[in-house]
Design a protein around this ligand. Structure first.
Ligand SMILES: [Fe+2]
Length: 563
């Protein structure tokens, strides 16, 4: 049975699940080239069908989510989505009634109207009809249930504790669930008012960054503060944890106002530090309570909050869990897959199966790549036999390289198929990459890819459970902090991709590096200019190469150089 998963909100996208297996999954931004695109995922649906070589009538059922009032309104009046998108990404002047707009949005977001499921289906049917679907069966899955299903069914845990935390989705900001005997049982839910995700989002906004996009910058900035003791952290008492619930002291609007007041007299990095510690303290307590109360120590989690790798590290080390899994597309961009997996579970009774990789996107043949290369006269290219050896050679000479292979990754991280690679131990190359190529803020760190078997050589807290997806934080061994500073946060924490056998050519590249450097490690950052989506097609890659004046790119089996 083909199940088409779709999500038409923030970071829209589509996927096709067959017998519980994710066959293809793409987010709209990669195709529309609008970062974290919002709205109906026409392009992704078409790309998924084309990839599978099927037509709309071959789709048995459609799975989606979103009965929140704001989503229903945005579906009806698509300009609302587009206005919000421009506002959120700060692509327009600050609106005159910015605060008022924001508060109306917070106020509306708390309303979830499940009785309008039929209306939601009607809205979607109308949009699907335009792209060739004729009255397909639609299942509307609850937002947090979709987040939970995404983690549960890809974790491989037969029995698990699953926690979801985000800004707000279908009126909720978090849930605690048990998966046992093939059933997901929700044992706690947290309202919009109590959202610790929204708290972090607001901190991001107040610091002058883009909410729902730049939360990672807040986490990185926090490292530049001196440690602030708990007694002096004015944000800690914004929340408390009671059993399986995080409870907020203020309403969302009051919280916004209080945070603004505190920020007014607090330097940015200290404010970021206080927010990060607040998040860590309360979420850790929630996890501890849930593990203690249920006695289940295999824990998986998803939702936007799960993208915070420093928090994830604290959970891994201090919550008392024994095994863990974070769904790699943890934010709302993963809802299409979550909804589809849930429906597959409901209709076909699928069981959890650990995913080995997330190369669920599009790939391009040599013919397509060559024809795209021929269209561009600013570059030269030649076919090569061993892309990994050519790349390693360039890296060993101190170059950075654009690296494009096989199927695109699903989720926010480049995992060696749409990556920019550089030596892991060169501060000079790192700075050049950050400022001149990626055009990021100076304090944003880079991350490495490392051979799975070398992980215990450089991390002091590796638990023997390789993280293939860059979802977890680790700490460098003390004596290696200086050497690997280009691929770590200033405190020595790292978000690595540990490479096993799931990506053969990338593995070979790391093995080549190991021959010279002793450790199979490389700086790996996503193949894009900051603020743009990761490249999807050869054309996107070539355009990025030219705009960044990059000397070397390995595009499939071709070495491309700038003329
Ligand atoms: Fe969400």
């Amino acid at each position: 049975m083909y199940i088409l998963g779709i999500w038409d909100g923030h970071d829209a996208g589509a996927c096709i699940v067959e017998n519980g297996e994710i066959k293809v999954a793409i987010n709209e931004e990669r195709l529309s080239r609008k970062k974290l695109d919002i709205g109906f995922p026409n392009n992704s649906i078409k790309a998924c069908l084309d990839y599978m070589k099927i037509r709309p009538r071959d789709i048995n059922v459609i799975a989606t989510c979103g009965t929140q009032l704001t989503r229903i309104l945005a579906r009806q009046f698509s300009f609302l989505d587009q206005n919000f998108y421009k506002f959120r990404r700060r692509l327009i002047q600050k609106p005159r009634f910015e605060k008022f707009n924001r508060f109306v949005k917070y106020w509306l977001a708390r309303y979830n109207i499940t009785s309008l499921k039929k209306f939601t289906e009607y809205q979607l049917q109308k949009k699907l009809k335009k792209i060739g679907f004729e009255n397909p069966k639609i299942y509307v899955v609850d937002h947090h249930l979709a987040h939970a299903a995404s983690a549960i069914f890809t974790s491989g845990f037969e029995k698990s504790l699953c926690i979801t935390l985000d800004g707000v989705g279908d009126g909720l900001s978090g849930t605690v669930n048990i998966f046992e005997n093939g059933e997901i049982k929700r044992i706690s839910e947290m309202k919009e008012k109590d959202s610790i995700g929204l708290f972090y989002e607001i901190v991001t906004t107040i610091l002058g960054f883009r909410e729902l996009e730049d939360e990672g910058k807040v986490m990185a900035m926090a490292d530049y503060s001196y440690p602030i003791p708990d007694e002096e952290n004015m944000l800690l008492n914004f929340f408390e944890v009671e059993g399986l619930k995080i409870k907020a002291k203020h309403s969302t609007i009051k919280r916004f106002q209080e945070l603004e007041k505190i920020k007014w007299r607090t330097p940015s990095e200290r404010f970021a530090y206080m927010a990060q510690k607040t998040l860590e303290k309360h979420v850790l307590q929630l996890f501890k309570n849930a593990i203690e109360q249920t006695g289940i120590k295999k824990v998986c989690w998803a939702g936007g909050v799960a993208s915070n790798i420093k928090l994830n590290r604290v959970i891994r080390l201090e919550s008392g869990l024994e095994d863990w899994f974070v769904f790699p597309q943890m934010g709302d961009g993963g809802l299409a897959v979550g909804a589809a997996l849930y429906v597959s579970h409901m209709l076909e009774g699928i069981k959890p199966k650990r995913i080995n990789d997330v190369y669920f996107g599009l790939d391009f043949s040599d013919e397509i790549i060559e024809s795209e290369l021929k269209k561009e006269d600013k570059i030269e290219f030649r076919k090569i036999n061993n892309p990994e050896i050519v790349a390693t050679d360039l890296l060993n000479k101190g170059n950075y390289v654009f690296w494009f292979q096989g199927r695109m990754e699903y989720g926010p991280r480049a995992l060696g198929n749409r990556s920019i690679l550089a030596p892991a131990d060169s501060e000079e190359v790192k700075d050049f990459l950050n400022l001149m190529v990626k055009k990021r803020e100076w304090f944003q760190p880079f991350c490495p890819s490392i051979l799975e078997e070398d992980s215990n050589k450089i991390f002091e807290d590796y638990d023997g459970k390789p993280d293939r997806f860059m979802t977890m934080g680790y700490m460098l061994k003390r004596d290696l902090k200086k050497k690997y500073a280009p691929v770590s946060n200033v405190d020595g924490s790292v978000r690595p991709q540990m490479v096993g056998k799931e990506n053969e050519i990338y593995r070979k590249l790391l093995e080549e590096i190991k021959k010279v450097k002793g450790i199979g490690i490389v700086l790996n950052t996503s193949f894009n200019i900051h603020g743009e989506p990761i490249v999807c097609s050869p054309r996107d890659a070539i355009s990025t190469m030219i705009r960044t004046k990059t000397k070397y790119m390995i595009l499939g089996n071709y070495l491309v150089t700038l003329r």
